[in-house]
Design a protein. Structure first.
Length: 67
């Protein structure tokens, strides 16, 4: 499989289909290190902060081009 033809968001949902040829391998290592070094309580705290930030933002209006 050619790495240029792979849409990671779609094709790699159940795991990387490219294996060692994955162009995002550095991110896999960073993610594995984050998961290993960060407690679940800290991850939940990070998620809660992000959720509260999102809730406190003003609504974003989408106005269609054709009215």
């Amino acid at each position: 499989m050619n790495p240029d033809n792979v849409n990671c968001a779609v094709d790699c949902v159940d795991g990387c289909v490219l294996g060692d040829r994955c162009p995002h391998q550095e991110y896999q290592q960073e993610t594995a290190k984050f998961i290993e070094d960060t407690s679940l309580d800290k991850m939940i705290e990070i998620a809660e902060i992000a959720r509260m930030k999102k809730l406190s933002e003003p609504p974003k209006w989408v106005i269609p081009d054709e009215i």
